[in-house]
Design a protein around this ligand. Sequence first.
Ligand code: ATP
Ligand code: MG
Length: 564
Amino acid sequence: MTTETASAPNFIRNQIYDEIETGRVDKVVTRFPPEPNGFLHIGHAKSICLNFGLADMFGGDCHLRFDDTNPTKEEQAYIDAIKEDVSWLGFEWAGEVRYASDYFDQLYAWAQHLIREGKAYVDDLSPDEIREYRGTLTEPGRPSPYRDRSVEENLDLLARMRAGEFGEGEKVLRARIDMASPNINLRDPILYRIRHASHHQTGEAWKIYPSYDFAHGQSDAVEGVTHSLCTLEFEDHRPLYEWFLDNLPVPCRPRQIEFARLNMNYTLTSKRKLKLLVDEGIVDGWDDPRMPTISGMRRRGYTPASIRKFCEMIGVTRADGGLVDIAMLYHAIRSDLEDNAPRAMCVLNPLKVVLTNVAEGHEEVYEVPGHPAREDKGLRRVPFTRELYIDQEDFMEEPPKKFFRLAPGQEVRLRNSYVIRCDEAIKDDTGEVVELRCSVDFDTLGKNPEGRKVKGVIHWVSATHAVPMEVRLYDNLFLVEQPDKDKDADFLEHLNPESLKVCQAMGEPSLAEAAPESRFQFERVGYFCADRHSCRDDKLVFNRTVGLKDSWARIQKKDGQKKG
Ligand code: ATP
Ligand code: MG
């Protein structure tokens, strides 16, 4: 069963469609412009699917460009991870990977151009003074005493800043726009800062680095980007980006369109906060399967298609402040795996069962479909022997009324096999049940037992052939829907102490061959993925991707009933 979800609205797609129809736009050029200061998360996936998706749809190009203006926070390792994530999601960038740092010479020339036009100046105010002079939302700013330096002096000082003659924070280059503008971004924004830092791309070449605002829009212009898509917090920066386009001899005028960022419940979508989880050792690295990073989701068992599907489901709007239900993401992966993941049996908490009327050494092998609806998934061989494992949860010594599984004197069907009856529960010194003695009704293979109904079916594995494996059960990392809602409070207080449980499980022998990153439905248990780091020839490790119950489909159904 696949629950098809209609595509949600995407106003940017509609708009470009119109532009193409009316001939206002010929070739669409977009870009995904990450800062290489952390791993990509599910919010970035939204932006990636939007930018690459539009280029694909309209036969245009999408660039991958690193906006690498802040060398002290950036690393080559992040660049490598981001490239891998974008490729894994199934997208191909046009041409080589690009860097804002490729344009440092051009940006510097444009800074000189602004100076010559009297539209930029070197300021000696300290960072604190600059902040103080800037004013507030209600009060205008004041001009810096250095605002009226001559062109010659400004050019000379900028060159000396570049040559490393001054210390960090001693001077900045600022645009000369309007200290009284109601838009604070236009109150003489900073264009260049002094940083005696080496850069992952340009090495020691520069002692000054452009601000993000001075680099971002012009990089788009250099690349011939037609549609600069960004999140709503950049709406207030648009007048500044347009000022640069108006005042510099740029080769093209990209159009900025803002959309609402993705926020999702139980999930952080801030690289800074995710980095804290990594740095504090709260998670096992950026690709911990509990992380909302693309690499974490990959390791957890998400498919690229499921993430793209999710991004299609959430749509693209300008409505800010919404919180997407994580159940929607779970729904997207669950329906993919429902259709595509082969089935297997795995017992998470093994309880030994001895079938007293099966001879020692007896063995039958069932050929069972890999997937109930997909012949192409082939058959798997499931051996049946005298000793089995079932899950501890499928036995109760004193069962409540509707417990249709195993209990003393009660019958249950072993999936794909016989009906068995529990004759005796054997306990250890502490009174814990450690083994069940059961008997098989041999007249029940592939048919109902005579004269009675057996309702329950449980999964099992042959104790003789089972493969031991570690199963990691992941749950939401946070207990509350918006862990970072209170700006001042510490989101770490809301960590879910049970976000990871580890089981020493027993799987059916077909799982011994599971390749890293292969995905399965463990029948009656959930969807699992062989861990891409720990699953090796000598050790099987599976991560739970998602459980079987689809709360999103349930919510949809309820909504449908309410509306209908
Ligand atoms: P973070 O706040 O996590 O550090 P960022 O916006 O600083 O994210 P960038 O590397 O600058 O991270 O992001 C690259 C692109 O991804 C930008 O165009 C940004 O608008 C977009 N993006 C980032 N977060 C989200 C989100 N939650 N939803 C949609 N797009 C996002
Ligand atoms: Mg950013």
